[in-house]
Every structure is written in C-alpha cells, then in structure tokens.
Design a protein around this ligand. Structure first.
Ligand SMILES: [Zn+2]
Ligand SMILES: [Zn+2]
Length: 235
C-alpha cells in the first residue's frame, strides 16, 4: 500500500507540490490557469460572455468554422508555451496537450463534430532548422493519441519562408502569408472535415490562410485547435 502510494506519487510540473495520481498538475495550479470562459463562438477571441460572435468575424466570416482553445494567452500559459517552444521543454507541451485533449473530448460530448484528421500548422523551414522540431506537430501527435483522431502530417506544406508574424498587425499578417502555404501534391481533402493544430492563435491570419486553402480544395469544414487564444491588443 505504502509502496504503491510512493510509486504513484507525482509532483506538479508548475509548483513541485504533490499532484493527484495520474496528473502532472496539482488542483491549485490547474484552477489558476487562465481558462477561457467567454469567447467569440467562431474565432475564440476572449469576450465578456460566451455565445456571441465578435465584430471581426461578423464583418469578415473566416474560412474556418471554429477555434477551440482551453486558455487565454496569459500568465502562466504564455510562459509555459514559450518554454515548450524555445527551450524544448516537452513535458510542458505534453501537459498542455493533455489539457487540450480533455477540453476537446468535452466539446465533442457537447456536440462539436469530430474531425477526420488533424493537420499540424507547418513551420517555416528556417525556423524548423533553428528549433529542431515543430511544436504544432508534437501537439497534433499528442492530441491524436489521446483522442484517437489520425494526423496527416505532410498534407500542408510551407512553400515560402515568410518573415516572422510577430509585431505585424492583422492586415500585414494576411499580406505576409499570401502564397506561403500549399497542399502536398495529390492530397485529397474533398468533402472532409479537418482540424488545424497550432500552439497559439493570435490574429487568426495563419489559420485563415490554411483554412481557405483547404476549403478551396474542397474540404467541407475546417476547425482550429490551439492551446491559447490571444486577447485583442489593448484588452
Ligand atoms: Zn501545482
Ligand atoms: Zn471572432
């Protein structure tokens, strides 16, 4: 009995305190994460209440159907994502993917249609070389294992290295991404329901570019699964 307890004891990845068996987060840390509790029904932009569609989505309906994110891009999730991406702290990425999988499983229970495949957002070749891994690819693999949805990793390709999106406004981001992506040769997406996977959705420009590409190729529906959604600048 004692042996079992010792054997199963885990410590929280955030505070080092004791975590529940089978979990890598303690309940205190979990409850303090910036859970997204009110958001745009389309792009998941943080809003005071749920069930509304934001002004930008009303004015210019995106090519994707829906963004699903468990968190706002705020402390400590922003730091965790940074460490996962830039310091290759994979256990943190895995922990966040597990939370995202639980979030999605719940959404599926509530009626969100289950996609036929997960498509990681491709990283620019230069950045892939610097970083050595594509964080979206890892997230898609972890989500796939947890949810039993296959990944189609090579379907989306980055054909052009674009300058980093950081620091650009929405319009500049859209322009920056023109011609950046393509479908793999012979890829068939006709009539399919697909879900893009990325770590953060900021303006939604990348998701929009990829969703439009897929819809033009005949995809029936494109959703976007990310860990965190940024608020509107200034909010
Ligand atoms: Zn903790
Ligand atoms: Zn919106």
């Amino acid at each position: 009995m004692v042996y079992n307890w010792l054997f199963n004891e885990q410590s929280c990845l955030l505070c080092d305190g004791p975590a529940e068996v089978g979990a890598s987060l303690c309940t205190g840390c979990e409850s303090e994460l910036p859970w997204l509790t009110g958001q745009c029904a389309v792009c998941a932009l943080p809003l005071p209440t749920s069930g509304l569609v934001c002004g930008a989505c009303l004015k210019r309906p995106p090519a994707f159907e829906r963004v699903e994110a468990p968190w706002r891009f705020a402390f400590p999730v922003d730091t965790l994502i940074h460490r996962f991406k830039h310091q290759a702290r994979w256990p943190l990425g895995r922990l966040m993917a597990e939370c995202q999988a639980r979030h999605l499983a719940h959404a599926f229970d509530e009626g969100l249609p289950v996609p036929q495949a997960l498509l990681p957002v491709p990283l620019a070749t230069r950045r892939l070389r610097q970083r050595g891994f594509n964080q979206a690819g890892l997230l898609a693999d972890w989500l796939s294992k947890a949810l039993g949805i296959p990944v189609r990793p090579g379907l989306l390709r980055r054909v052009q290295d674009t300058p980093a999106q950081q620091g650009l406004d929405a319009r500049a981001r859209r322009r920056n991404l023109r011609g950046a992506f393509a479908l793999a040769e012979g890829a068939d997406v006709y009539g399919q329901h697909l879900a893009l996977v990325d770590d953060v959705v900021t303006t939604g420009a990348t998701a929009e570019a990829l969703a439009r590409l897929l819809r033009r190729a005949g995809a029936a529906r494109v959703d976007v699964y990310c860990l965190a959604r940024t608020p509107r600048p200034g909010d």
